[in-house]
Design a protein around this ligand. Sequence first.
Ligand SMILES: *Cc1c(COP(=O)(O)O)cnc(C)c1O
Length: 453
Amino acid sequence: MSREDLTKFILPEEKIPKFWYNVQADMPTPLAPGLHPGTKQPLGPADLAPLFAMGLIEQEVSTERYIEIPKEVRELYKKWRPSPLFRARGLEKALDTPCRIYYKYEGVSPVGSHKLNSALPQAFYNKIEGIKRLTTETGAGQWGTALSLACKLFDLECMIYMVRVSYNQKPYRRVAMEVYGGKCVPSPSNLTECGRAELAKNPDTPGTLAMAISEAVEDAVKREDTHYSLGSVLNHVCLHQTVIGQEVKLQMEMANDYPDVVIGCCGGGSNFAGIALPFIPDKMAGKKVRLLAVEPAACPTLTKGVFAYDFGDVAGFTPLLKMYTLGHDFTPAGIHAGGLRYHGDSPLVSQLYHDGLFEATAVMQNGVFEAAMLFAQSEGIVPAPESSHAIRAAIDEALKGKEEGVSRAIVFNLSGHGHLDLNAYDNYLTGHTEDVELSDAQIKASLKNLPIV
Ligand SMILES: *Cc1c(COP(=O)(O)O)cnc(C)c1O
């Protein structure tokens, strides 16, 4: 059998990357600094120390190209890494496309998504610095689940504020977090001052990630033994996720192929960064690889937002980050891809998009589920609604190739499985998923409260 006939590309354990790739060493425009939310002056490490472990703060600002993965973390990565790369032969056949479609499957992690790639090192660095408890927010529940497990493995307590709409839509996620020993409450909650204020104003709010972040940060700053942990957006999170793209490059070599386009869904940007960033040096050296981020039309941060300093949360507790944003008090519609309902985007992804190294597109919910169904029926894996945004774009690229009579190599990240999202599929199958697209007037309104810096 020739390599061209293979369907899956499996790397041996010793090929788990030994380093994370830090794109900050290679960016044409360096990142604009984070600003203190009060003084609006550039942040120093001391400003972040109440919230994050020093090991993570150092990674946040590092410009070293390669950062060594601690051996304790790499040992735990062995539970599921290297993750498989599949050639989507069933999907190619269903589409009758001349294109070669590949997907990297991060759903094989114990928690079912890419999130554990960063949850483990975050728990590790906090543990070795003597922290006893981590707080966090979660949208769809994937991040909370990953952090619950990571905290348990490093013997830390875990407190999770879960966006209310997802808490109600996905009850089994809460149970999964509790199985791993985490504590999970719907946000806004009455456990924090900012949560109580929001509930008083807006008792029926579906909640937002930005609100849940405010609660988790407030909780963390109030306690000496507690730090805060974020599952996306920040530089160190994108850094940890680069194990994905580094493995993909080796696996594409095994396949004797090289991508024309690399695709990831984009919420806060970490799984897209994870698969795409390791291709940046190739692209800067003149390779013609396209790197495409896919977001929901209901929360079109890159495609319709502005590149400006904004808060990461509703209450204005977090540093100001320069990123594509729809405004920190933007409340996206309650679409099923809860993990993509965030007003902002990773500063790294934003800067590289601004500089033309990344592309972005926005897709509607029903087209996403249609793609997810075709994928499940041709490849056998039920994808997470978030990941299905990448599938939609991959299918569109493959259909374009067919129309043009061109065979291209399309690689996408299947960031997680959808076994705990069957309620969302049920809604789709019974005709209850709406296509929501933001109007320009709504966007203008939600941008009016951008902070002035
Ligand atoms: C959280 C999540 C996302 C979105 O977050 P990013 O930081 O943009 O990757 C995408 N897919 C899955 C399965 C998720 O759990």
